[in-house]
Design a protein around this ligand. Sequence first.
Ligand SMILES: [Zn+2]
Length: 126
Amino acid sequence: MPLSGAAAARAYGQANAVLSSAGRIDHQARGTLDSLQGRIDRQDLIIQTLLMILLEKKVIHEDEFKEWMLYVDELDGTRDGRLREDKTPVVCPGCGRNSPRSAPKCVYCGHEFEPEFLLRRPEKPA
Ligand SMILES: [Zn+2]
């Protein structure tokens, strides 16, 4: 599964801090960091291209796009300019036990989770 932009940025920041505090640069780690930075840069390019197309073709107005960004930002429960994976378990409506949020169905009883059940969605922009 490919890294999301936020996950790649987090991994890059953490790895960079470790390298700085140790006062040395490991060539293998540097290669990984460069690879992650390259992926982040590529994702930035794709996102900017998509946004420019949407605005240029008047599919969406910039203010409306910003409202949607706030909406998506809050999908992880925190308005912080990032979208983090929610790692809190869900209580299965089928058996009442805790199941990982990342699983499409309960790991105990097999109850299939609806996407709406896994995401606590705030009100969508009009
Ligand atoms: Zn269950």
